[in-house]
Design a protein. Sequence first.
Length: 244
Amino acid sequence: MLDGVRLAVTTLTVLPLRAGRVDRSTAAVAMSVAPVVGALLGLALAGLHAGLRAAGSPELVAAGLTVAAGALLTRGLHLDGLADTVDALGSYRSGPAALEIMKKPDIGPFGVVALCATVVVQAAALTAAGPWALVTAWAAGRLAVSVACRRGVPPARPEGLGAMVASTVPLAAVAAGAAFVGAIGVAAVPGRPWQGPAAVAAALFAVVLLLRHAVRRFGGITGDVLGAAVELAVTLTLVLLTLS
């Protein structure tokens, strides 16, 4: 259990914890507790955002710095995965040819547009979102990892992060994670306790559609697909939480 928690923290954040045992059993724990790590990240970013606003920072500046801090705290891995996944999907290639595009170190035009749009939309949404909306969105993003790694979703390659974590999370753990994030979401929009859980549910539905498409096009999930799922869930949750 402890090794799995360490793996979750070291995989999803920049915190330099001592590495423990790394195998599929620890991966199952790590991917199951991912929503908790996401909630803690969200709390840290909400504190930063509130501190910047209290110091007199303009709303958009505070929001932009918060999104940038989120990328730094996760090494930018999820954004990188988003760009690679969108490039591969935009190529209209399938199987090994698409996977080869994802492995290239450069970013194509589809990936650049996806990165820019995601960062801009997240920052814009944060100008209208409260602290619990931020926590809910970041927790929902990591819940997307649990959903992507649930049993029955295959890896696209026989090696790599995707192969280690694919099909490791039992459905009971996914359900528990969804209940946890949904409970946080109750406080996301003052006066509308239903909006947070509804936003999380809609974001997860979009993630499931992305995963189905990835399985059709790539044969399964990769580490890049996990990153894309995270950013999709965070962005969509934030957008839905700002609707009035």
